[in-house]
Design a protein around this ligand. Structure first.
Ligand code: SF4
Ligand code: SF4
Length: 183
């Protein structure tokens, strides 16, 4: 639920939502994505968050740079309550994209190797093999699986987590594949 909030300006937002509708986070995941990285916000995110009953302005960090306002929440997210989002219906665009992530530097879409990311990746490997006829290279599969398996250790040790660069042009056909397979 996000009322009249428009996410048109968020790159890849709509096709990512279509894909995520085929998946759900396992109940065993302790909301890792809410604990590891800054959550960047824009003005639209702030407008939405302010409507949340549990919103607290002092949880948002803001600064000016080159005449622009920037906002973010530091990890672990201050709105995380017992591993549940206390502002779920009002959560920012970035949260709605998990486990996809947009690389700010290059506008590249990345897939995070958490449990849900791993499920998406598994289906994507099948899609590439059976529909694109362009199998995902063995090296990429092994590297993603290694990232998934070592995920928690890396987090605990504060090491960077390798992510998969997801080709945006494949988002819509991949979602059509999922729909046809009734995933
Ligand atoms: S998106 Fe990934 S890390 Fe976040 S709650 Fe779901 S499974 Fe866990
Ligand atoms: S706003 Fe909610 S979904 Fe987003 S990081 Fe915070 S707790 Fe997680």
């Amino acid at each position: 639920m996000y009322g009249k909030r428009r996410f048109n300006g968020v790159p890849f937002f709509e096709p990512v939502q279509e894909i995520l509708a085929h998946y759900s986070c396992p109940s065993t995941c302790p909301a890792i994505c809410c604990k590891i990285a800054d959550i960047n916000l824009d003005e639209e995110d702030l407008k939405l968050l302010r409507q949340a009953p549990k919103y607290k302005a002092d949880k948002i960090e803001s600064w000016n740079e080159d005449g622009k306002h920037y906002y973010k929440m530091n990890p672990p997210c201050p709105f995380l309550d017992l591993d549940k989002c206390s502002v779920y219906d009002h959560r920012p665009a970035m949260c709605r994209m998990f486990p996809f992530n947009i690389s700010i530097e290059s506008d590249v879409l990345l897939l995070f190797p958490c449990d849900m990311g791993s499920s998406i990746f598994g289906d994507y490997v099948q899609y590439s093999y059976s529909i694109l006829k362009q199998p995902v290279p063995e090296k990429t599969i092994n590297s993603f699986e290694e990232s998934h398996c070592s995920f928690e250790n890396r987090l605990n040790e504060g090491l960077p987590i390798p992510m998969l660069a997801f080709k945006p042009g494949n988002l819509i056909p991949f979602e059509e594949y999922l729909k046809a397979r009734n995933v």
